[in-house]
Design a protein. Structure first.
Length: 476
């Protein structure tokens, strides 16, 4: 029986067997088992058998102070027999004797307690191995899932949160924060509290915060009980995820440079320990790589679609978006108007003031024009000082109204430069899309014909092709 007892790895079955053997071999009135909570070092009731003359109560001393008394207590009083493995108290038997026990009966319980302690140590080790194997499996799977989501930061945030939930890591608040060294702030694009996603937040590093501490020290912050430790450890206040007692915050590192913080927080104390730190640090390494890949992808994509001088769409991407709008207009029978805009006599600006002033004027013109447009409008640099514009859901009359506003604003408001104000005018050509136009290049070519007519009429003009008569008309 003792050999079978020591070989079991299931805590429930083995402790039941321990109590059964204790009742059968030593014949006490009743026996109860108290186990030690490993992290907290406190007593926890587990099982009992028999009858008890008074309510059960744990030993009055902490686990590490419990020892076997030389003589049993009087009948009716609890006799505590510790379960000790390798010098560590794993639990205790609370025994009640109907009469004074024989030395043999008490020795038998002491032997059973030793076997029970060995069993508990093996069961805990087995559970820890299983838990570590589960975490490794979760981490292995998360590597692939995070890699698949790596080009989309939002998808990375969700996948990391899901991984922690699958790993069974207790938390009431989950935070991903990204560090901006230029503004000395932490942007929090992903924060979930109580299962609810909260809006983005921004934390300044000039304020006291736990996240700031992680960025500043570039190392993990593990807090067992914030209420007890914030004074003794000089911890800063909480600002994201308030009223959390257990806090684990890990830096996101890119080549030894902090790019953010990954944090889990729980309302109850004593939740996070060394194994949780290792799990979150391993996950943080994956997250840092994924977010860096997403940043590089976004930067590369930006370079591939944006004109570096004006920050407008480049010609290739302008055509790509234009093709999408033509398809949409054809499918839903919605209006679409295109425009070609040319800065009149722009060569004179370069010849008179130099190309650096010409570049500055182009940048200001792009910003000013973009501010007059809607979010859905598509403005791109066609080439040199020519610009293409697609106006979705916009009939020709509405586009004419916009073009007049733009022409007036540009002609009446000079551009402020290093050499003083520089005045410009624009010539604009408009055309409404129809079923005969099948490509963005063809649509912009029609608008370019109209723009040429505006220039030919004296510049600082707007020209358009009448949809009914197909005649070119000029607005003077």
């Amino acid at each position: 029986g003792l050999l079978a007892l020591s070989q079991h790895l299931d805590t429930e079955q083995t402790t039941q067997m321990l109590l059964t053997h204790a009742m059968h071999l030593a014949h006490p009135q009743g026996v109860a088992l108290w186990l030690v909570r490993p992290q907290q070092g406190t007593w926890q009731f587990f099982q009992k058998q028999g009858h008890f003359p008074q309510p059960l109560q744990p030993p009055a001393v902490p686990p590490h102070q419990l020892t076997l008394t030389a003589e049993p207590p009087p009948p009716g009083r609890p006799d505590y027999i510790p379960l000790i493995s390798q010098g560590q108290v794993m639990g205790a038997l609370e025994v009640y004797w109907a009469s004074s026990p024989t030395p043999e009966a008490r020795d038998m319980l002491t032997l059973l307690a030793a076997q029970g302690a060995l069993m508990l140590a093996n069961a805990q080790l087995f559970a820890q191995v299983q838990e570590n194997a589960q975490r490794l499996d979760v981490l292995f799977k998360s590597t692939r899932e995070i890699a698949l989501a790596a080009l989309d930061p939002e998808a990375v945030y969700h996948q990391v949160h899901q991984t922690l939930q699958q790993a069974g890591l207790e938390h009431d608040t989950f935070i991903i924060a990204l560090y901006d060294p230029e503004t000395q702030t932490l942007e929090v694009p992903y924060i979930v509290k109580g299962g609810v996603r909260y809006p983005d937040q921004r934390v300044s590093l000039h304020e006291d915060s736990l996240l700031k501490e992680v960025v500043r020290q570039r190392r993990t912050l593990l807090i067992q009980d914030f209420e007890e430790e914030h004074q003794t450890r000089g911890l800063p206040c909480q600002q994201v995820g308030q009223l959390m007692r257990s806090i684990l915050a890990v830096p996101l590192l890119r080549q030894d440079e902090v790019i953010g913080v990954l944090s889990v927080q729980a309302r109850r104390s004593g939740v996070y320990h060394e194994e949780h730190r290792q799990l979150l640090e391993a996950l943080a390494a994956q997250v840092a790589v994924a977010l860096e890949n997403a940043r590089l992808y976004a930067k590369t994509r930006q370079l591939s679609i944006i004109d570096s001088l004006t920050s407008l769409y480049n010609r290739r991407y302008l055509f790509s978006l234009g093709a999408r709008e033509i398809q949409r207009a054809r499918r839903f029978h919605h209006p679409l108007t295109a425009a070609m805009i040319d800065l009149d006599d722009f060569k004179q600006v370069n010849d008179t003031y130099g190309h650096h002033i010409g570049d500055e004027v182009l940048r200001q013109w792009a910003q000013r024009t973009r501010s007059l447009l809607r979010e859905v409008d598509i403005l791109g640099r066609y080439g040199g000082e020519e610009f293409g514009l697609f106006l979705p859901e916009t009939p020709l009359e509405q586009a004419l109204h916009l073009a007049r506003r733009l022409r007036k604003q540009i002609s009446e408001t000079p551009f402020e430069t290093q050499v003083g104000p520089v005045s410009l005018t624009v010539s604009i050509g408009l055309v409404a899309w129809n079923e005969s136009i099948t490509s963005p290049a063809a649509l912009l070519q029609e608008a370019d014909y109209a723009q040429y007519a505006a220039k030919h009429a004296g510049k600082n003009r707007i020209a358009w092709r009448d949809p009914e008569t197909q005649e070119l008309k000029v607005d003077t």
